[in-house]
Unconditional design. Sequence first.
Length: 193
Amino acid sequence: MTRRSVTAQYPDVQPELPPRTRGVIGLFEENCTVCMLCARECPDWCIYIDSHKETVPPAAPGGRERSRNVLDRFAIDFALCMYCGICIEVCPFDALFWSPEFEYAEEDIHDLTHERDKLRDWMWTVPAPPALDAAAEEPKELGAARKTADKLAAAEQQAAEQQAAEQQQAAEQQQAAEQARQQAAGEQREDGA
């Protein structure tokens, strides 16, 4: 009561937002498999998804063709959205994220339906996840990935050493063949003289 009020100088000075601010939803399109879980679980039905199936050729000869869903449209109507975050929580492929972006007002309510291009642009405003606690255990995924990377590095190093040994052996054989050829040529000269 005895403190003076502080006026926020908002459009000139941007506010300091907490790191987990719920502004808008950003779409990481590469991770979206068009599983439709977000649209089905949305209590407001404000997510619109259109897709089509595409045939993918077999990866190996003799394999069968696969079909996969391709995203045609992904839109969120922020006039209906209640920012509950259910769509972000249920996405099994981490394709949706909270962005702290909050300046997306429109003059017409119909313009609050934002398509995937705008959602993709908001993805770049998503802050990095907080750092892990230094005393916490290493996640199992990181341990498995590190183990796989170590195995691959060891296999590559072993292959490089084997290739170097083969090259050295080939060089020694070539040198021995050259010496034998020179010795044979020397003996022919002595026989001819």
